[in-house]
Write a protein that binds this ligand. Sequence first.
Ligand SMILES: O=c1ccn([C@@H]2O[C@H](COP(=O)(O)OP(=O)(O)O[C@H]3O[C@H](CO)[C@@H](O)[C@H](O)[C@H]3O)[C@@H](O)[C@H]2O)c(=O)[nH]1
Ligand SMILES: [Mn+2]
Length: 715
Amino acid sequence: MENSLPLHVCHVPKFSIIINRSHTLVHSIAIAFLIYYRVSFFFQENTKNIPTLPWLLVFASELLLSFAWLLGEAYRWRPVSRTVFPERLSSDDKLPAIDVFICTADPDKEPTVGVMNTVISAMALDYPPEKLHVYLSDDGGSDITLYGMKEAWKFARAWLPFCRRFDIKASCPEVYFSGYEDYDHGNFINSSEFKAERQKIEEKYEKFKERVEEYYRKNQVEEVAATKNSRDHPSNIQIIQEYYSNEKIEDDKVKMPLLVYVAREKRPSHHHHFKAGALNALLRVSALLSNSPYILVLDCDMFCNDPTSARQAMCCHLDPQISPSLAFVQFPQTFRNISKDDIYDSEIRAPFKIQWQGFDGLRGPVVSGTNFYMKREALLGNSIQDGNVDLMALKKSFGPSNEFIKTLRRDFKPSFNINDGKSSNYFTGLNLHCKGWKSVYLTPPRPQFLGTSTTNLSDLLIQGSRWTSGLTDVAISKFCPLIYGPTKMSLLQSLCYAELAFWPLLYSLSLWGFALIPQLCLLNGIPLYPEVSDPYFNIFLFIFLSSLAKNLYEILMTGGGIRTWKNERRIWMIKSVTSFSYGFLDSIMNKLGLGEASFLPTNKVADDEVVKRYEMGIFDFQAPTMFLVPLVTIILVNIASFVGGLVRIMFMDSFGDWRKMVGQTSLSFYILMVNYAVIEGMVIRKDKASIPSSVTLLSAAISVIILSVGSFIMC
Ligand SMILES: O=c1ccn([C@@H]2O[C@H](COP(=O)(O)OP(=O)(O)O[C@H]3O[C@H](CO)[C@@H](O)[C@H](O)[C@H]3O)[C@@H](O)[C@H]2O)c(=O)[nH]1
Ligand SMILES: [Mn+2]
């Protein structure tokens, strides 16, 4: 019987699970030995000449890093993958309606043509058009975006039929016309009719682009006001098709999804809560217009790359096996501007290729910002669910609109957690999972959504600081998943949430420790690791190699290569001592009331030269000094200690002493080797994107201070 075929299946890869769990066990035992070695120091006679402080500091670094590792093992416990069967869905008239939410904030950083491409690609989803409603939130409140939408609507009237007729998969026009991939047009490819139609539509697209860009140029001159506007403007909601209802339309048989422009009211005196605030405004507006039971959330630069994503998501949402408790279906973030040698890990590989599969095996991944199909009902507040509706309380939360309250009475009081904007997605996910909802992760072979990632060091570190700050906010709040989680969800899922909240803090503190303490001690002749002939030396070596090897194995298993592995190691070190550290400090400052939450949208316009460098795998050090200085300082300290260590090994008088220094010398060597690109940027390269000599000088001065003060304190 056809009905009995499942809409989706979940695979549990036994082999990977065995490998993962055995590795966890063996690695844990090795760490236990390490801890024993460090602790027994305090009870031994022959270690008296080693000062306690550096020993404690390096031990603390080891504990923090091991803790980060242990939390991360939760993802390795039960990774799963899923396959869906959209062809088994019931007929179109039985499909539930979907509201698509797209957010944009700044037409300078997020060019309108790009945003409209996302809008058009969402309108072109393979779904009954009368059941699809596309909302764009414009936090900038700018005319250009509204103008762009009207033009996008006009263009879509031609584009949608073209896509439907010729079965175009790349339903984002910019991508389609840029020849980003080879298209399979089946039987149409050679038909002259297709060619003629394609040419016609391409011309229309070019005209659309020209008009929008021209409007932007004209407005730029007058519109210094745009920046002012973006923080202070009344609300503006427009249903786009109404503009054309009086005009004669060439082909009014074309069925179009609803398209709505929303600029929520923003006033400087009111916190607007960034993207989460925008999503909540869309929830309220859409509740009055379409009130669809499912919602797709997209960033403005994240277009639909496969029109079938809605049906794929419905395979999970409508699967009776999982449907009742399923809150959302998360797709990975994938990017179209990733180079072969992705030096900055712009691909954000580990979460989307490894960790989220693990999350999925434990009741589901966190809300990941964009690319998820959410059940509106899952965003309900408890009070409504209970059925005891207090009208006054509702009006207090949602404003005086009776119309809106009526929609709440229909059982809807949905909202995303706003928190402070930086970590809202995290809170929304955490909250849902704590209330017993589940989520699933779908990674079909063809990327369903494609965005633009940050591909230069500066933007990457700024973005990284923002993320880190948001995550650390959670770690140090009352929602700290280690305390808040285990009573409300499974221990393993709490560990995953804890890993997310804590990694920046754990990595930044421990890596600062590893980058400085052993080095200072090496220069001062203080051994911190066992000597080569000591069996404990092998424990340290094993832990080091075992974690590198496991990491390499995971990368190879998910389609990466040795190069990916090298790049990831390096950028992990760089980010740990820069953006993670600043983000974490920022969060602490906010907590102490010394700072304010902010959100600078990342740039979606790229400088050609910068892009070229990224594509060639050359580091671009045109980044704020505050990011470069810690990095260069660490490298200088390591150069000094490595050279000092070598001298010690070569010229040490008393036989045997050098053996105690092999660990530390090798550590410095490893750090320098991995970060050779920084040395190159400092000493060898002389181009525009190398490290400025002012930065090197400043860092040299700081290194000298660290070396002298450090030596004084440590020894
Ligand atoms: O006040 C704001 C700020 C941002 N946005 C929109 O939020 C989205 C994400 O902003 P972006 O600058 O692209 O940030 P990224 O760091 O690239 O985005 C990642 O990180 C965000 C959280 O920091 C998540 O919300 C995103 O989904 C995730 O892709 C964009 O569409 C923005 O237009 C708003 O609508 N209002
Ligand atoms: Mn983005």
